[in-house]
Design a protein around this ligand. Structure first.
Ligand code: DC
Length: 229
């Protein structure tokens, strides 16, 4: 059966990863959350004190890049693929506000992007992949057969993120989450190295008023069109 590459890009907390995961399971494809890769590098930079202080030391992070090993491994219990940094499962440590507050800065470093993009392109060599991120349709897989660009209002996205963080037991205000969402939108869209933008041939979905199932079915219909093409 023909296999395709599916690129899912968009702003933070648009629900990309939930749709991407379900799509990959449905199709028997590999799912890659590229945001987790940028988050894992940020966790490393925080642990080393390269970011998070008044002065960031990006040069030291760039020097350390060759020794950073990122890998996804399937968690046998949840059946989800989880990110490992230098052999340690860091999935549970990368989604808090400390990492979220620094990740856009780290993701704007060209050397970091180069390393991660190369690894992402390797993962997609055999197609049959659903990858979500910011630059998948524009930089990582410009020839992807299907490109989706997801948007929703900043307030709706902050509300979703806020609920996720509360469910995980974090003490946080909605206002702080909204501020972080808006800051990341700004930095991600305005950075010099592969800024977030819709690929010309991507299909845009504003999912503010769509249920998860409606959204999933719409995207699946697009996949089927491509598989028959
Ligand atoms: O999808 P996410 O919120 O987990 O992504 C975390 C950050 O990583 C986000 O602020 C932008 C950055 N990112 C990126 O620059 N390029 C990608 N392909 C994926 C994420």
């Amino acid at each position: 059966m023909k296999k395709i590459t599916i690129a899912l890009d968009g702003f933070s907390s648009t629900g990309k990863s939930t749709v991407a995961k379900k799509l990959a399971k449905h199709l028997g494809y590999v799912y890659v959350d590229t945001g987790a890769m940028y988050r894992a590098v940020t966790l490393y930079a925080l642990e080393k004190g390269y970011v998070g202080n008044s002065e960031s030391n990006f040069d030291a992070l760039v020097d350390d890049l060759p020794k950073l090993k990122l890998a996804f491994k399937v968690n046998e219990i949840s059946n989800n693929s989880e990110i490992h940094l230098n052999g340690e499962n860091v999935e549970g440590q990368i989604r808090n506000l400390t990492v979220s507050g620094q990740v856009s800065k780290v993701a704007a470093i060209p050397e970091v992007r180069k390393k991660l993009v190369e690894q992402q392109q390797q993962m997609g060599l055999e197609k049959g992949i659903v990858m979500d991120g910011r630059d998948i349709g524009t930089v990582v897989f410009p020839n992807a057969e299907l490109k989706i660009f997801m948007t929703a209002s900043a307030e709706q996205r902050a509300q979703r993120r806020y609920k996720e963080l509360l469910d995980r037991g974090e003490e946080i205000s909605y206002e702080a989450v909204l501020k972080n969402v808006k800051e990341r939108d700004y930095i991600d869209s305005n950075r010099a190295a592969s800024p977030l933008r819709k690929a010309d041939d991507a299909i845009a979905f504003d999912n503010s008023d769509l249920s998860f199932n409606e959204q999933f079915e719409l995207i699946l219909a697009k996949v089927k069109e491509k598989l028959q093409a």
